[in-house]
Design a protein around this ligand. Structure first.
Ligand code: MG
Length: 380
């Protein structure tokens, strides 16, 4: 006797935006599918998980191939066909209870999973739902045409749980038709499905705005990242220095392989650091001649895009330039605006300030400029 979960991840749902199926989009530092998968793989009462994948998601097949407790199954033409394949994948196991869950509901709680399993002790089917509390209208062409009685009306959620053999047979019998969900398949086969109290947080990601709602729900487990960066460049011949994207007139310039924007380099390294992705030198090797004299916004933009690809947005950044001259104060606002523009963030998130080292050390002797930066990355 064992419990299994089937996660249906073969859909191509693009309505949530981003150009890739929603289960592969980043959410609070991981992908939607990773959150949902962890919910079930880590649950003490779930013995195995079947992940139903589309044949074209080749990267996912390779990535999940050897995960303990995970069985991969190929999706079908429709959601029902995918569920059927998932059920067949459990055929040679000792599975007695199976939960069928939408991959796009990453906020499902351990408690809810347990409640559905418990309810299956007394019924062949159990599924969470929320009573509808809003008034229900019918409408046509933008106008209200009637009011619907909401008594006894529920909004259905997943995981929907069943006695394994019963739902496998029900799905096999329903082969010709296409049901809205597995509860409908079960009821068509005469199975009793009891309602377990659902959770408002157990939302299904459908529209673009659902990502921020889901991220807030996952905040308790939110992976906030901090990084720091430090850089130094030496003075040499020139008539200006590039500092945080602004050319500041000076009787000397800064030397370096790129445009020697010391502040932008520190900030870029801080973002790489927060992501545990090394530093600028790793992504743009100084041995590669194509980066000679490169404008540093290329590096910063790359770090920002890497953070976004990992599901992070910039919480805030603080850059400190250390030099006796040139005076930074008059340019600080323009520097902040330049960095905000490159990273695509609104005002008030990036600070640029300066200090001297009281004429001590190499910055005090005006041999070069040092910069340090701290950033916080938060789930996007
Ligand atoms: Mg540098």
């Amino acid at each position: 006797m064992s419990n299994a979960a089937i996660l249906v991840a073969a859909g191509r749902g693009l309505r949530a935006g981003g150009g890739v199926p929603k289960q592969w989009r980043p959410l609070a530092g991981r992908r939607v599918a990773d959150w949902t998968l962890a919910r079930f793989l880590d649950h003490p009462r779930i013995d195995r998980v079947v992940l139903v994948l589309a044949p074209e998601d080749r990267d996912a097949w390779a990535e999940f191939a050897d995960r303990p407790g995970l069985i991969l199954s190929e999706g079908g033409e429709t959601r029902s066909a995918s569920v059927r394949n998932g059920l067949i994948a459990l055929d040679n196991t000792d599975c007695t209870k199976v939960l069928i869950h939408d991959i796009a509901r990453p906020c499902v709680s351990d408690t809810l999973i347990s409640s559905v399993l418990d309810a299956l002790d007394d019924a062949p089917g159990a599924a969470p739902a929320l009573p509808v509390t809003d008034a229900l209208w019918t409408g046509n062409e933008g106008a209200v045409t009637g009011v619907q009685d909401r008594n006894g009306v529920f909004a259905a959620q997943t995981p929907q749980g069943f006695a394994y053999a019963a739902i496998r047979d029900a799905h096999a019998a329903a082969h010709a038709g296409e049901a809205a969900d597995d509860v409908e398949v079960a009821r068509a086969a005469g199975l009793r499905v009891v309602i377990v109290p659902g959770e408002p947080a157990n939302l299904k990601i459908t529209e673009p705005g659902d990502f921020s709602r889901a991220a807030k729900e996952l905040q308790g487990e939110m992976d906030v990242r901090t990084g720091n960066g430090f850089d130094v460049h030496r003075f040499g011949p020139g008539d200006r220095v590039m500092l945080c994207g602004v050319a500041v007139p000076h009787e000397r310039g800064l030397q370096g392989h790129s445009d020697a924007d010391v502040g932008m380099h520190a900030l870029t390294d801080a973002i790489y650091g927060a992501l545990a992705e090394g530093d600028i030198g790793r992504h743009f090797p100084p041995s590669d001649p194509q980066w000679k004299g490169a404008e540093s916004h290329i590096f910063l933009r790359h770090a920002g895009k890497l953070a976004a690809a990992r599901g992070y947005a910039l919480g805030n950044a603080d850059v400190t330039l250390i030099c006796e001259r040139p005076k930074v104060g008059p340019h600080a606002e323009a520097m902040q605006a330049a960095l905000e523009g490159i990273l695509g963030v609104g005002p008030g998130r990036i600070s640029v300030k300066a200090t001297t080292s009281e004429r001590l050390g190499f910055t005090g002797r005006e041999e070069g400029i040092a910069a340090l930066a701290t950033v916080t990355l938060v789930p996007a």
